[in-house]
Design a protein around this ligand. Sequence first.
Ligand code: GLY
Ligand code: MN
Ligand code: MN
Length: 438
Amino acid sequence: MITPGEFKQRRKHLMRNMKKNSIALLASAPAVTRNRDVEYPYRQDSDFHYLTGFDEPESVAVFAPGRKKGEFILFCRKFDETKAIWTGKHAGLEGAKDQFGADEAIPIEEFAQTLPTLLDGKSLVNYPIGMNAELDQQVMAAVNTLRGKARTGAKPPEEFVALDRMLHEMRLRKSADEINLMRKAVEVSIHAHKRAMAICRPGMYEYQLEAEIAHECMRHGLRHAAYPAIVAGGHNACVLHYTENADQLRDGDLLLIDAGAEYGNYAADITRTFPVNGRYSEPQRLLYELVLEAQLAAISKIKPGNHWIEPHEAAVKVLVRGLVNLGLLQGRVSKLIKDEAYKPFFMHRTGHWLGMDVHDVGDYKIDDKWRSLEPGMVLTVEPGLYVSPTCKEVDPKWRGIGIRIEDDVLVTEQGCEVLSSAMPKSVADIEAFMEATR
Ligand code: GLY
Ligand code: MN
Ligand code: MN
C-alpha cells in the first residue's frame, strides 16, 4: 500500500515545482448513475488519488504553496450519521485531516463561496480546464467575483494551466510501493488467465470464461477489473476492443483473452492467445510463433536510455520479415515497413504506459522526439497479428486468425523485468499447461 508519507511526499514535490504565486485545484471523479438510484462502482480520478489517497466523490483538493493556514486543503463531505447508515463509512472533516493529512478540511458545500478568497492575488491557477463542467463553472464564477471587486483591491488570476504535465511526469516513474501494487495486480491476473486457460473447452461460451476470470480476481479480493475483459474466440479476436464475449467457442479456433485486474488503483494488462482445444493448428502455430518472436524482440529493446519507439520498431521488423516468409506480404522488407504495408495485419502500437490508468499518463515524445526509457517506468509490450476473415489477398488458411501477446514490463537499472513472466507464453508451455488440465 501507499503510505501517508508517500502521498505527502508527492504533494510536497508538486508544490515545490509549482510556479511562484500559483494554486492548484483538483476535483474528485463524480459518482455516475447507472440507472435511477443505482450508481456504477465508484472509482476515484487517478490524479486525485495519486495526490491525496482520498477515494470519496464530492471532493476538491486545493494545493496552495506557502499558504499560512495550511498548503493542502481538502473540501469534502461532512460526516453524516444518517448517510453512514445507508452508504457506510466516509472520512468526514476530521478524517480528512487525521487520516489523509489535510492541513484544513472544509465542507464541500462551502467550496464555491470560499474559492474567490483562495484565488485572490494568485497569478496562476493550475487546474484541468474542460475536464469537469462544475469545476469550470465554479472557477469562472470565482474569477468574475474577483473582477467585480477589483476596485476594492481584489486581483483575479490571469493564467490557467492544466496541471497534467508536472503531475503526469511524476506518475510515469513508479515508486517501490507502486510497483508492489502492480506486482499484486499482475499476480492475481495471472491466476485468472490460468484458470480460464485450464477450464476452456470447445462448446463453452466466451462469457463463461469471462466469469472464471472475474471469479478468480474477486476471490483474491480484487473486485474490479482494470478494463472490461476481452474474451474473443476465432475471428472475434480481429475486433481489437471486442467485449461482447457472447459467442460459443469452436474446436479448432484460437481464443484471445485480454484481461487485467486492478489493485489499489493500479492496473494489470495481460493478453494470451491459445487454442480452444489445447493444440495449435499449423497455420495458428506459425503466426503465433511469429508474434512471440516479435514480442521477445521488442522486450529485448527495453532498457534505460533506449527510446520509447525502439521496441515497436523491433517488433514491426520481425513481423514484416515473417509475413513475407509466410507469404502474407510480398516485397522488400524495408519498403514494406516504410509503406506501412503491415498495417492491415498489425494496426496498433506495440505498447503503452501502464499504471493507475490502463493507458497511463506520461508523454511519449519530448520536444517532438521519442523519449528515453528510465528505471521505474512500466509499459506493456503487445504486438499482434489480425488476419481479417474477409481478407482476399491471403491464403484462406490464415483468414480469421487473430493473435496478441501482451506482457507488463518494468524498466530497471539493468534493463527490464517482465512482471507477467509467470504466465505461460511459448507454444510448448501453453500446450503442456493445457494438456495437464484436460
Ligand atoms: N487492454 C487494453 C490494451 O491492451 O491496451
Ligand atoms: Mn490489453
Ligand atoms: Mn495494453
